[in-house]
Design a protein around this ligand. Structure first.
Ligand code: ADP
Ligand code: MG
Length: 358
C-alpha cells in the first residue's frame, strides 16, 4: 500500500548549515498493519510522518502510495491528505467551530457530502469515540482527552486509508491517556492501517503488528513487537526498550523533607500510571525510612519503574555496609507479605534492600 524508498530530509539553517534529519529510510507498509514508531526524541519520528503526507516535502527518495509516486510533479496533494489522516499531539481542532462543525467541515467541502449526510456520519463517529453528547459544544469546553477523541473522529470522517498519529497522548494529563489509547485500540481491532509515534511502550507492544525503532534518522530496527521488545538485536534498541524511569533521593540525617518526597512521588506515579500500585505503599516507604532504616544514614532511596515489564521497586541503598541493614524482627517479617519480594544484596559500594511492589 505504501512503499518508501531511500527517503531523506534535510533542513537548512538560517546560517546555511544543513541538518540531515532523515538519512535513508526504506520500508513497505501493507494494508491493515499497525506500526508503532518508537525511539529517542529528536531522531526524526515526527519529520518522517510529516514527510509521508508531504507536510514536509522530502529532500530525496520516493514514496509510493497505491502504486503511484506521490513525490512526482502534479500528484494531487488533496488526494494524498484524504488518503492519509493525521492526528497531532496538540489536537489542532478549529476552536471557532462546534465539535460537529469540526468533523463535518472537510467531508462537505472535499468529499462533496451534503450537510445532512456529513452530520449523520459525524454523529456515528462521535458515538464511536464516546462523545455523542458533545456534538454542539465548542472545543474549549472539552478536556484534552475528549479533544483528541474528536480529532480522531475528524480524521475518520475523511475515510482515510491510513491514519498517522504523532504522539497522540503526549500532551494529555496522565488520567486521560487511557481513553485515547482505547479508541486507537478499537481502530486497530477494526483493521485500520495506522502509523503511531508513541512513548507508551506497553501500548505499542500490545496494539501493534510491527514496531519501527527509529534512531539517528533511520529505521534502526524493524520487527514484530515480540522481536523488538523481547529480543532486540542492536544495542541502542536494547537500551531504549529496557528503559527504567527513576526518582532518587539522598537522605542524610533527619532533616529531609518527607512531604516534598511524597509530592514528587505522586507526580511521578501519575506520569507513569502506577499510582494504584505505589499509593498503597506509602506506608511502607514511611516505615522503611522512619523505623527499619532510621539509623542508616546516609541512605539513598529511589523508586524505579521498568516501563516494559511494569516492575516497580523501592530501593534503599547504604554505602559501606557488608550485610543487610534490614533488622530481623516481626515488623519486617510482616512487611514481606505486603510486597511481592524483598531482595537483599550487596552492591559494589555497599548494600541494597529492594522491595518489589505487588
Ligand atoms: P522526533 O519527532 O523524533 O522527536 P523530529 O522529527 O521532530 O524528531 O526532529 C528531528 C530533528 O529535526 C530535530 O533536531 C529538529 O530540531 C529538527 N527539525 C524538525 N523540524 C525542523 C524544521 N522545520 N526546521 C529545522 N529543523 C527541524
Ligand atoms: Mg516528534
Amino acid at each position: 500500500m505504501i512503499s518508501i524508498k531511500h527517503l531523506s530530509k534535510s533542513f537548512r539553517d538560517p546560517d546555511g548549515s544543513v541538518l540531515t534529519v532523515l538519512k535513508d529510510v526504506s520500508c513497505d507498509i501493507q494494508k491493515g498493519e499497525v506500526i508503532s514508531i518508537i525511539g529517542p526524541s529528536g531522531t526524526g519520528k515526527s519529520t518522517f510522518l510529516r514527510a509521508l503526507n508531504m507536510l514536509e516535502p522530502p529532500t530525496g527518495g520516493e514514496i509510493w502510495v497505491d502504486g503511484e509516486n506521490i513525490m512526482a510533479k502534479g500528484y494531487p496533494l488533496d488526494l494524498l491528505r484524504r488518503k492519509m489522516g493525521m492526528v497531532f499531539q496538540s489536537f489542532n481542532l478549529f476552536e471557532h467551530m462546534t465539535i460537529l462543525g469540526n468533523i463535518t467541515y472537510a467531508p462537505v467541502r472535499l468529499l462533496g457530502l451534503s450537510e445532512e449526510e456529513a452530520r449523520a456520519e459525524a454523529m456515528e463517529l462521535l458515538r464511536k469515540v464516546g462523545l455523542s453528547q458533545k456534538a454542539d459544544v465548542y472545543p474549549a469546553s472539552l478536556s484534552g482527552g475528549q479533544k483528541q477523541r474528536v480529532a480522531i473522529a475528524r480524521a475518520l470522517a475523511m475515510h482515510p486509508e491510513v491514519i498517522l498519529f504523532d504522539e497522540p497522548t503526549s500532551a494529555l494529563d496522565p488520567t486521560m491517556v487511557g481513553e485515547v489509547l482505547s479508541v486507537i485500540r478499537q481502530l486497530a481491532k477494526d483493521g485500520m492501517t495506522m502509523l503511531i509515534v508513541t512513548h507508551e511502550m506497553r501500548f505499542a507492544r500490545d496494539v501493534s503488528t510491527r514496531i519501527f525503532f527509529m534512531n539517528e534518522g533511520v529505521i534502526y530496527e524493524d520487527g514484530s513487537p515480540e522481536q523488538i521488545f523481547e529480543h532486540p538485536v542492536r544495542s541502542a534498541t536494547k537500551q531504549f526498550v529496557n528503559r527504567i524511569q527513576k526518582l532518587v533521593y539522598e537522605i542524610d540525617g533527619d532533616g529531609f523533607d518527607y512531604l516534598q518526597i511524597r509530592t514528587e512521588l505522586s507526580q511521578f506515579c501519575l506520569k507513569y500510571n502506577i499510582s494504584d500500585k505505589v499509593e498503597p505503599s506509602y506506608a511502607i516507604i514511611k516505615e522503611m525510612l522512619f523505623e527499619h532504616l532510621k539509623d542508616i544514614r546516609p541512605l539513598t532511596f529511589r523508586i524505579t519503574h521498568a516501563e516494559l515489564s511494569g516492575e516497580t521497586a523501592l530501593d534503599f541503598m547504604a554505602e559501606g555496609l557488608t550485610e543487610s541493614p534490614l533488622p530481623k524482627n516481626e515488623a519486617v517479617e510482616a512487611l514481606r507479605g505486603r510486597v511481592k519480594e524483598i531482595v537483599e544484596e550487596p552492591t559494589a559500594r555497599g548494600f541494597r534492600v529492594k522491595l518489589i511492589l505487588k
